[in-house]
Design a protein around this ligand. Structure first.
Ligand code: BMA
Length: 895
């Protein structure tokens, strides 16, 4: 029923609400002073306080039974924990008044993973999926006064192993260098908790999300999905409210109202009488629709393309009855108004250009009617322990704001981690970070026995319902790399190709797809990442070449070729993964080991932390192509770290700029590099170290993702093609691109030329081509590119180094003077300093460290081509300028 639309002030409505009885929620978390949890192992030799939400590793650390799990070899030394079985027990009181409610239920937002639950000694349920919310009807088992609740956790390793005996699905195990556990694919748990090529195994158990008792007589709102669509000047908002009551309650009557705050401090209300039969599981849903004039709403945009306007949506369900026994359940969320579409069409047709025929299908996101290039990265869990991942808001904020600061508009929540917390997606809504949301299946074949499929169906339904309303969610994807793994025989499945293919289709197509599409019919569900998108589907779901550059998304890693060379990268429609490893800073490493003997590439410790087979060799190979590094250098290890970061930053810069340059005719429309963050202090593909320190890559991202960028490409013919990248809605008109040639030993360019440049909105265009002016002496020179244009706030300088750094001539040892002064620049609640750098010659890759001072440089990894450079440093430490000056050290590249 479309109902009346009235305006009223929300505050007065909320005031009235307090006069109505609310349903009762009783938190069973350890923060509730009336609830205490204990944790005990199988033989009862350990009996310690338990934390809820929490987990066994957290509790064992807090009790001093194990040390910092991320220190030294503790990942393997604490593995006994995951082989034991654990019991979490709590005691709490329930009043007679609560018990008089018609419904009493135990709500578990997340249990990791296989637990047998007893209430007052009576089995009440079993959990076997950490991604599912479980609700158990406990009215018959609760008693007045003290109650005892017990969770008996099975070892996830044993559970997975046992299941694999009956339902084996390849691979047998992870590579030995992971120091991991086998058969993660058998258990619906964070797949990387059994180890990954960037992370340790901590197969935790515990109650990792909220837990509570709920008492009520009517019904509660569990989820609200929303869909926004614009026709002419009207936004259509459809709201579907999912409610739950007790299984024994057959009929519900009440009133559902929806309030939407709009511009001008106004609120729109719609309401509907509800009188319905419930489904056999006690659920029911109600739909409403609102029409909102476009001038009451401002659109939500991804970061870099506009602001993130969000509007309060409040939903209330009030049961019928006398005023005194009316019950009310409500849900508050913020929604955004935007349209998003993944456009997969014949390029020749949409561009009306026959020469594009045979180039496959486009693959781009059209947001609010505009095709937008998606700049971003891949997100892995922010913590190896899921409970921290849930409650470490500062860590999540820091990572997401770091993504925003580097112009990222999209993150891919990768399929080997977790469906992130509500907080995470809310922050993405606020920060304008679109989410490519994988379902949690990665790098494996998966079983399809009925029990597993049931388990998965519940997971998909739960998470799509939970996350659907976020404007940040852009697309769903069924899995990470499972199509390409099967096609490429990664796990020796070729002999049983047809069997595995049928199972693949059963899981992602027959089971998952209909659930996603019924709850969220307007968002695209891709079966896999990478895939050929629509083309993979037309070709029966396992494409001949899931990496086909004409279709869908690709993952590209090439550790053998020269990754600084833009010519090596294959075209792609959308690069959803590409990356290169580097080592974290010594500062970060020191939080895991203090032993100086560990600080060698060939130490047992370094080998232990490198999970990527041959990882250090690939890093070294890449570094050695461009840089001189002497194994006898007393500072070899520190230099290896620094060079690995240069190498990674330059590789990802090259590849990203290649993708941005390939934007003509909407060919390449996304570049999400692998990976944003880390879970421990180890070599990995991340741009941000565990603990939050930015590697050189993340600083470089600020520039290679800049909205306006002059981007040169040294061609195979040794010409330089110069592109102008414009990610703005306004054109660049009559800009000047200055190209300067420098010798490595002087600040004065030996040649300089200005080129006129124009760029359409949202475009990448080749502007001109230059030959290398002084072709004979390419080893003595480099080129600097800069842009001067009206209305462009800033455009980073860019560079071409014609020969590898190790071969350059003329580079001098610089004299570098560092001065520090306190400034009033805005730095949140931290103190800001200006660090002034005075140098007397060109300095490549100048890298500043504040060492023991915790803080953050706004820029780093400078190519210094001028005598004076200044940079902000923010710190929360109580220090003065002199102390900071004393704390700063630097490195630069020298031959
Ligand atoms: C891709 C990812 C991850 C992996 C990364 C680096 O395959 O999907 O599984 O960590 O490459 O190897």
């Amino acid at each position: 029923m479309k109902s009346l639309v009235i305006l009223l002030f929300l505050s007065s409505f909320l005031f009235n609400l307090h006069q109505i009885n609310c349903l009762l929620k009783f938190s069973l978390e350890s923060t509730n002073e009336n609830v205490k949890w204990t944790l005990e192992n199988r033989n009862k030799s350990i009996n310690i306080p338990g934390s809820v939400p929490g987990g066994v590793y957290t509790d064992l650390q807090n009790a001093g039974i194990i040390g910092d799990i991320l220190s030294g070899y503790n990942d393997v030394l604490t593995r006994w924990v995951a082989h034991d079985t654990w019991t979490y027990t709590s005691k709490f009181n329930v009043s007679a008044n609560s018990l008089s409610s018609a419904v009493a239920r135990l709500v578990l937002e997340g249990v990791d993973t296989v637990a047998y639950i007893e209430l007052n000694g009576i089995p009440i349920g079993l959990t076997k999926n950490m991604f599912v919310r479980y609700v158990f009807d406990v009215k018959a088992y609760l008693k007045e006064g003290e109650n005892k609740l017990t969770f008996n956790f099975e070892s996830p390793i044993d559970y997975a192993k046992n299941r694999s005996r009956q339902h084996f699905a390849a691979p047998e195990c992870v590579p030995d260098v992971y120091n991991g556990e086998c058969h993660a694919n058998q258990i619906r748990k964070m797949q990387s908790s059994f180890s990954w090529d960037w992370g340790p195994a901590f197969p935790s158990v515990g109650i990792w999300r909220n837990i509570r008792l709920e008492f009520f007589n009517g019904a509660v709102i569990w989820s609200v999905t929303t869909h926004t669509e614009k026709k002419d000047t009207i936004w259509f908002l459809s709201v579907k409210v999912y409610l739950e009551t007790g299984k024994n309650i057959r009929n519900i009557s009440g009133y559902l109202s929806v309030y939407l705050s709009v511009e001008g401090h106004s609120t729109i209300k719609i309401g509907k009488n509800v009188d319905t039969k419930t489904n056999s599981d006690g659920t029911f849903d109600v739909e409403l629709e609102m029409n909102i004039s476009e001038n009451m709403i401002r659109e939500w945009w991804p970061n870099g393309y506009g602001s993130q306007h969000l509007y309060n949506l409040l939903v209330f369900f009030t049961t019928n009855g006398d005023r005194s026994d009316r019950e009310i359940s409500h849900k508050h969320m913020k929604i955004g108004f935007r349209t998003i579409e993944l456009v997969e069409q014949e390029a020749s047709l949409i561009l009306g250009n026959d020469t594009l025929a045979g180039q496959g299908l486009t693959f781009y996101f059209k947001v609010n009617g505009h095709p937008l290039f998606m700049k971003g990265s891949n997100w892995i869990p922010s913590n190896v322990l899921p409970e921290n991942n849930e409650n470490e808001k500062t860590r999540i904020d820091n990572l997401l704001t770091a993504a925003r600061a580097t112009h990222m508009a999209m993150l891919r929540v990768w399929g080997g981690g977790v469906y992130e917390s509500d907080y995470f997606y809310r922050r993405c809504d606020e920060l304008g970070i679109l989410i490519w949301q994988d379902f949690m299946f990665a790098c494996a074949m998966y079983p399809v026995d009925p029990e597993f499929l049931d388990n998965v169906r519940a997971e998909i339904q739960h998470n799509v319902l939970r996350l659907q309303h976020h404007p940040s969610i852009a697309v769903w994807a069924g899995n990470n790399e499972n199509e390409v793994a099967l096609r490429g025989n990664w796990y020796s499945t070729q002999a049983q190709f047809e069997k595995y293919k049928a199972e693949y289709i059963r899981l992602y197509v027959d089971n998952i797809k209909p659930i996603v599409e019924s709850i969220d019919p307007k968002r695209r569900y891709l079966i896999s990442s990478p895939s050929n998108g629509r083309k993979s589907e037309e070709d029966g779901y396992i494409a001949k070449n899931p990496y086909d550059p004409h279709f869908g998304d690709t993952h590209y890693y090439n550790y053998l070729a020269d990754n600084w060379d833009l010519n090596i990268f294959p075209q792609t429609r959308f690069a959803s993964e590409y990356g290169f490893q580097s080592l974290p800073s010594l500062k970060t490493m020191k939080t895991a080991t203090n032993k100086t003997s560990d600080y060698r590439i060939d130490s047992d410790y370094s080998k232990h932390r490198q999970h990527s087979p041959n990882g250090y060799n690939f890093i070294e190979l890449q570094m050695k192509r461009h840089m001189k590094l002497n194994k006898d250098d007393p500072k070899y290890f520190e230099k290896f770290i620094y060079y690995s970061q240069i190498s990674q930053a330059m590789s990802i810069k090259a590849e990203t700029e290649f993708y941005r340059q390939s934007q003509a005719d909407w060919y390449t429309m996304g570049a999400l590099y692998w990976q944003l963050n880390d879970v421990w202090q180890a070599p990995s593909w991340s741009g941000i170290e565990y603990g939050g320190k930015w590697k050189m890559l993340h600083y470089f991202a600020k520039e290679f993702f800049a909205p306006v960028l002059v981007s040169p490409r040294l061609t195979l013919a040794k010409n330089v093609d110069v592109y102008l990248l414009n990610d703005r809605f306004v054109p660049i008109i009559n800009a000047n691109i200055t190209v300067e040639m420098f010798k490595w030993n002087s600040f004065t360019p030996i040649k300089s030329q200005i080129f006129l440049a124009n760029a359409k909105p949202l475009s990448s265009e080749k502007q001109f081509s230059i030959d290398l002016w002084d072709a004979d002496k390419k080893d003595e020179i480099f080129l600097r590119f800069s842009l001067q244009a009206d209305g462009v706030l800033s455009s980073p300088k860019n560079y071409i180094f014609p020969v590898p750094l190790k071969n350059i001539k003329g580079l001098r040892t610089p004299n570098i003077k560092v001065d520090v002064s306190e400034t009033t620049a805005v730095c949140g609640n931290a103190t800001s300093f200006t660090v002034n750098l005075n140098v007397d010659t060109i300095v490549p890759f100048l890298w500043l460290e504040a060492n023991s001072i915790d803080g953050h440089f706004h820029d780093n990894g400078f190519i210094i081509t001028e005598p004076k450079t200044s940079v902000h440093f923010c710190t929360k430490e109580k220090i003065n300028a002199q102390q900071l000056k004393r704390g700063i050290t630097y490195r630069y590249y020298e031959n």
